[in-house]
Design a protein around this ligand. Structure first.
Ligand code: NAP
Length: 326
C-alpha cells in the first residue's frame, strides 16, 4: 500500500510532552514558565506571541513595570519562558482531542502536540461591529489593532469605537499620531478606568461622540466616513475619517471548548474551578477564556498571569499521577 509520504499527503508529526499549553498571552506564557520550573516537559503552541497584551499600545498597570508597550512586555514574558527551555511553536491549533491518557492539539500545519495535561490559554476573539461596509473596508482604514495600524494615520482624522479600557487607551495612544480623534461610544458613561476617562475628557485632540452607534462605514476602496446614529435623538450624521479603530470587546473561543467538551457559563466562557481545572479531566483554562461562578472577571495582564500560574500548579499535580517517582 502506498504510504501517505509517497502520495504527497502531509504526514502528521507527533511530539510528546507532559503539558501542552495552547496560547501565548500572559496566561499561557506564565503557565509555561511555572510548568517548566516544576520540571514538566512543556510546549506552547500559539498563532501569535503575546495575544491581546502584544497589541496594547501602552501598559501602565503591570506591577514593577511602570510603563511599557504591549509588544515589549510580550517579549519579556516569552523570553522568560524560553529561558527555562520551553519551545514556543507558532502555529494555529485547529483540533483538540483525547488519545488514551493524553490530550492532543493538532495544528493547521499538520503537527500534533500531545501531553497528559492541556492548558487552554486561548484568550477571546475580538468583536466586529457587523455593520455594512465593515468587511469591505477592513484593512482599508478599518482596524482592530491600534498599535499595529495606528502609525499609518499620522496627522489624519480617525475615530475609535468603544467605551472600555481598550478604546480609551487606543484613543490616548492615537493622540501622539493623529490630528484628531473622535471617540464614539453608545452610552454617555464609560466602563473604562477613571484614570483613562479623565485623560480622554480633557484631551484637546479627542472629541466625544456619545450615545451614538456606528451604523455604516462609507467609502469604496478606502474608508472615507462613518455614519453614526444618536440613540437618544435618532439623529444620523456622517463623520469624515480616514481611520476607524474598533475596540468593542471580545467574545469567547467557543469552537475549541466544544471540541473538548468543556462546560461554559452563560456568556460562553469556560467554567473553571478555583485552581483553573474544568469539568474535563486533565484540561485547565486560564486567562480571558476562563469564566464560571468562581471567576472574578477582571481582565488584566496581572490576573491572566496569576491564573496561568495556578493552572500550571494544578496541571503539575495532575501529571504526577502518570509519572513514577524517581
Ligand atoms: P470591554 O471592557 O468589554 O468594553 C467594550 C466596550 O465596547 C464597552 O464600552 C461596550 O459598551 C462597547 N461595545 C460592546 N459591543 C458594542 C457594539 N456592538 N457596538 C458598540 N459598542 C459596543 O472590552 P475592552 O475595552 O476590549 O476590554 C476587555 C478587557 O480588558 C476588560 O476587562 C478591560 O478592563 C481589560 N483591559 C484593561 C486594560 C488596563 O487595565 N489598562 C486595558 C485594556 C483592556 P457598553 O459599555 O455600553 O457595554
Amino acid at each position: 500500500m502506498a504510504s501517505r509520504f509517497r502520495l504527497g499527503l502531509p504526514t502528521r508529526v507527533e511530539e510528546r510532552y507532559d503539558v501542552v499549553i495552547v496560547g501565548a498571552g500572559p496566561a499561557g506564557l506564565t503557565a509555561a514558565l511555572y510548568a517548566a520550573r516544576y520540571g514538566l516537559k512543556t510546549v506552547v503552541v500559539s498563532k501569535d506571541i503575546g495575544g491581546q497584551m502584544a497589541i496594547a499600545p501602552l501598559v501602565d498597570d503591570y506591577p514593577a513595570v511602570p510603563e511599557v508597550t504591549g509588544t515589549k512586555l510580550a517579549e519579556l514574558f516569552s523570553s522568560h519562558a524560553r529561558k527555562y527551555g520551553v519551545p514556543i511553536h507558532l502555529d494555529e491549533v485547529v483540533k483538540l482531542y483525547r488519545k488514551g491518557e493524553l490530550w492532543c492539539a493538532e495544528t493547521i500545519s499538520a503537527k500534533r502536540f500531545c501531553g497528559y495535561a492541556l492548558i487552554l490559554a486561548v484568550g477571546s476573539v475580538k468583536r466586529k461591529l457587523n455593520v455594512p461596509g465593515e468587511d469591505r473596508l477592513a484593512g482599508r482604514g478599518v482596524s482592530y489593532c491600534t498599535t499595529c495600524d495606528g502609525p499609518m494615520f499620522k496627522d489624519k482624522v480617525v475615530a475609535v469605537v468603544g467605551g472600555g479600557n481598550s478604546a480609551l487607551v487606543s484613543a490616548l495612544y492615537l493622540t501622539n499620531i493623529a490630528r484628531k480623534i473622535y471617540l464614539i461610544h453608545r452610552r454617555d458613561t464609560f466602563r473604562a478606568f477613571p484614570i483613562y476617562v479623565e485623560s480622554v475628557i480633557k484631551h484637546p485632540k479627542i472629541e466625544l461622540v456619545l450615545n451614538s452607534v456606528v451604523v455604516e462605514l462609507l467609502g469604496e476602496r478606502k474608508l472615507e466616513a462613518v455614519r453614526v446614529r444618536n440613540v437618544k435623538t435618532g439623529e444620523v450624521r456622517e463623520i469624515r475619517v480616514e481611520g476607524l479603530f474598533v475596540e468593542i470587546g471580545s467574545d469567547p473561543p467557543t469552537r475549541l471548548f466544544k471540541q473538548v467538551g468543556i462546560e461554559t457559563d452563560e456568556n460562553g466562557y469556560a467554567k473553571v474551578n478555583p485552581d483553573q481545572s474544568t469539568n474535563v479531566e486533565g484540561v485547565f483554562v486560564a486567562g480571558d477564556a476562563a469564566g464560571g461562578p468562581y471567576k472574578y472577571r477582571f481582565e488584566q495582564i496581572v490576573t491572566a498571569a496569576a491564573e496561568g500560574a495556578k493552572a500550571a500548579d494544578a496541571a503539575f499535580k495532575y501529571v504526577l499521577k502518570f509519572k513514577k517517582p524517581s
